[in-house]
Design a binder for this molecule. Structure first.
Ligand SMILES: C[S@@+](CC[C@H](N)C(=O)[O-])C[C@H]1O[C@@H](n2cnc3c(N)ncnc32)[C@H](O)[C@@H]1O
Length: 335
């Protein structure tokens, strides 16, 4: 499984060629920072063009996924293949119920699949002393990708598909780590505004959430599997108590956006944006307006706007008329 083989709200996978062309033609430098990395597909596509890449996202699951795919540290492929074989041979009828099957069985996964996923997660944890950090992260990221593939959802965990006979589909597959030899890859799990004060990068790419949908709530099942602290869960979709609630999804989004831009130390700022502030659904409405973003960026330097029709990337399918994707590129200090 490769880095893009997951469903993720707001992934820029389909826009990557456009973003790569803009970044490489409009900016120059050796380092690229993806401060709201999400799936990290933008950084992945820009890897050949930079010596240093900084990845950051405050979700625990994304952090493990970046460490598994990108870090340069060693791992033993034969050892991982032994785990793959062991996990492929699990018979759900021969294992006990567990935290995952008790909470999510028949909801986000079939009963049998959830038993297997919970069993594997427990096994990875109990073998922690036999694995180095990279191997542990690869086994866990592989479990996250394999689980996400069969989840009974439309792509996030804010709901599961009801009244459905959920089929057993789970297969444990290993992820394919990315060759990052010769590259300096820095991986963080921090609030973007805190990190902005500590790092220095030639180009910083900014793709925050712009509406009220919290990623930590959307991906709570993956966060839960990653942390494996087995908290008590509440509500129809069985969420734990909230954490990592983004200020970018709240009414002071404009303030945190300005704070972020003010504190960045870089030569270029590249911002992704789309015009869903016109959306009919309240939760999809943007918290920051296009004009405000341009004003803040212009204070930092000369700013160019690039736009594409959403239809261009999505073969004509769109939630509403005139849906557009924007990229703003600011040359810092050059007003
Ligand atoms: C729109 S998504 C980024 C999508 C990404 N560019 C991609 O192509 O997959 C925004 C990301 O920001 C993260 N996030 C939200 N608020 C954050 C914060 N304050 N600090 C760090 N990460 C944050 C979310 O977890 C989410 O993964």
């Amino acid at each position: 499984m490769e880095i893009h083989n997951r469903r993720y709200t707001g992934s820029k996978f389909k826009l990557c060629n456009w973003i790569v062309n803009l970044v490489t033609s409009q900016c120059s430098g050796n380092s690229f920072c993806d401060i709201f990395s999400g799936t990290s597909v933008v950084s992945y596509h820009l890897l050949p063009f930079f010596n240093e890449i900084i990845l950051n996202d405050f979700l625990f699951s994304n952090y493990v996924i970046y460490k598994a795919f990108y870090s340069n540290s060693e791992f033993d492929s034969d050892k991982l293949d032994c785990y793959l074989k062991k996990y492929s041979e699990i018979n759900p009828n021969h294992i006990d119920d567990n935290y995952l099957s008790e909470n999510f069985g028949g909801k986000f996964f079939s009963i049998n699949d959830s038993k297997i996923i919970g069993h594997i997660r427990e096994d990875i944890e109990s073998n922690k002393d036999n694995l180095n950090e990279r191997e542990y992260n690869i086994l866990l990221a592989s479990l996250l990708y394999s689980s996400d593939k069969v989840a009974n959802t439309v792509g996030h965990y804010d709901a599961y598909i009801k009244n459905k006979d959920i089929k057993d589909k789970f297969t444990y597959k290993l992820i394919k780590p990315i060759d990052t030899s010769g590259k300096n890859i820095k991986i963080y799990r921090e609030d973007a505004n805190i990190l902005s004060r500590k790092i220095n990068s030639d180009i910083v790419y900014i793709d925050p959430p712009y509406n009220s949908r919290q990623y930590s709530r959307f991906y709570h099942v993956l966060e839960n599997i990653t942390k494996w602290e087995k908290p008590e869960l509440e509500g129809v979709v069985l969420k734990p108590t909230p954490e990592n609630m983004s200020e970018y999804c709240k009414c002071n989004a404009s303030i945190v956006f300005k704070d972020l831009i003010d504190n960045l130390q870089c030569k270029y700022i590249v911002v992704s944006y789309n015009n869903t502030y016109n959306s009919k659904s309240n939760s999809s409405k943007n918290k920051i307006s296009l004009d405000y973003i341009i004003d803040i960026l212009k204070e930092k330097g000369e700013t160019q706007t690039f736009e594409q029709s959403y239809k261009f990337f999505n073969t004509g399918k769109t939630e509403f008329k005139d849906h557009k994707e924007f990229i703003f590129i600011t040359k810092v200090g050059n007003k």
